[in-house]
Write a protein of this length. Sequence first.
Length: 195
Amino acid sequence: MSRESRMALGTGPALPAGGADIDPPGPAMGARFAAECVSPQALVDEIKVRARVRLSRVRRESLAGSATLRDHLHQAAREVGFAGWEQARRVLGALAAPGDDMGSFWHVPRSGILLHIWFSEYAQALSVLAQQADGFLLPYRRQCFIVQAPFIEALGLNPADPAWVVTGRDLVAAYGTPAWRVLAWQRLHAPAGAF
């Protein structure tokens, strides 16, 4: 298990290699934010670590079955909202293109009581977001939706995190940016019930 994963298990959503040195929260982030944030590879590696931990546990406990590392990669990816390992690798690795299926990584199951405004086209969502000062625009598969702060909290994230300001509260447009990656890292370390 990686040092980052051990830290995350023991203390919450620790940031990898230098990520903890990000400027303290405030209305504007410092220059170090971009230089010392979570890399796309760190996000992908987190899924790999989870799969390897599972495989090791299965082998250590001599559980029956012929599950391979590949099987555990798919399972770990599905648990955080992706169809499988390849989709998780592309999306978390910042390799997805506009219009690609982004999975349900930024969605909370059983969130029917929380307000969602769904859009099939990003341009429509962006115009509505411009009218909602307290809205957050999130991707879902090939669509997007706008939510409010309680939904962000249900994701296991802080709606007042300075990374939201940097993204403009738009994770579709901010895809792959340093601020997006910091939020994705926090999302990966959200409580299990948030997925």
